[in-house]
Design a protein around this ligand. Structure first.
Ligand SMILES: *Cc1c(COP(=O)(O)O)cnc(C)c1O
Length: 296
């Protein structure tokens, strides 16, 4: 479906000075709402739902979930009904993401943080309350999600030496690692704060979903944790937009690009390296920032 995803060269002085090249795969441009990796991660879930004869979808996420926005829109486009199970009590004022989920026609079901945290019980409860719904794991994190994410690289030139992406659940990273060629190294930048870089669920999920050993996760670019930010990140994002016309989101891709810049500064990439940076979308998440924060 998405055969010609734009690939944009990154021209910053820092990169040129260090003797390597970097291109950005602009998945943020594939769809006005379902941008980025979510379309790929959800694709096979929708196929599977259709094959099992289900006409309704159900999935889980937080109040700012790009995944729920994508699911609600893809369901609507496919003529399916959808239930979005949201972590936390119903807020008085809906977040931009929740408004988008609602506008797409999905039904919102709010679950207390405590009940949401008990994943097994929550799953059983939803299965019994919505037996005719096809249930998609949070973040599309499953074998089918990984399978779809691997297709991000379909049709992309194979000369790149490094593929870099942001990491939430690790589903995209696992897909890319599985699809990468022997001469390619896949580097994931964690968007969350992880206490133990050697032993954590991102590491075990990725390892168990790809036989490839050509990947690693870097944990130093979370800016305080998931969806946290500081003035330096915002400054960097505005500057990147001004100089390269690349809009990024503060939860994932801003941190990814910041990481690439800092790694370049630290001479992480040897001269001759040929980077492909995955712009995984998520720009609608910036709507939760106070107006005027970003220049784009
Ligand atoms: C969801 C999301 C991610 C994280 O993808 P995972 O497969 O969960 O690791 C990265 N970037 C953006 C923009 C996202 O919306």
């Amino acid at each position: 479906m998405y055969k010609n995803i734009p690939i944009q060269p990154l021209g910053t002085r820092l990169i040129r000075a260090n003797g390597f090249t970097a291109d950005i795969l602009r998945l943020d441009l594939i769809h006005p709402v379902v941008s980025g990796n979510k379309w790929f991660k959800l694709k096979y879930h929708l196929t599977e739902a259709a094959q099992s004869g289900k006409t309704k979808l159900l999935s889980f996420g937080g109040a700012h979930s790009n995944h729920l926005v994508a699911m609600a829109h893809m369901a609507a486009e496919a003529g399916l009904r959808a239930v979005a199970v949201v972590r936390g009590e119903e807020p008085q004022l809906y977040s931009p993401a929740l408004r988008q989920v609602q506008a797409a026609g999905a039904r919102l079901v709010f679950v207390s943080r405590e009940a949401y945290g008990n994943k097994k019980t929550l799953m059983h409860q939803m299965q019994s309350e919505y037996p005719d719904h096809y249930i998609i794991p949070e973040g599309g994190q499953s074998e089918l999600g990984v399978l779809g994410a691997g297709e991000i690289l379909h049709g992309v030139p194979t000369h790149y030496s490094h593929i870099l992406c942001a990491v939430g659940t690790g589903t995209m990273l696992a897909g890319l690692a599985g699809a990468a060629l022997p001469h390619q190294q896949v580097i994931g930048i964690a968007a969350l704060k992880i206490a133990d870089p050697l032993n954590n669920t991102l590491q075990t999920f990725t390892a168990s979903h790809t036989p490839s050993g050509r990947w690693q996760i870097l944990y130093d670019y979370h800016f305080g944790g998931y969806a946290r930010k500081d003035p330096e990140l915002i400054r960097f994002m505005n500057n990147l937009y001004r100089t390269e016309s690349i809009p990024t989101d503060f939860v994932y891709t801003g941190k990814l690009l910041y990481a690439v810049h800092e790694m370049a500064q630290n001479r992480y990439f040897v001269p001759g390296s040929d980077l492909l940076i995955i712009h995984s979308g998520g720009l609608q998440g910036n709507r939760s920032l106070p107006p005027g924060t970003l220049d784009f």
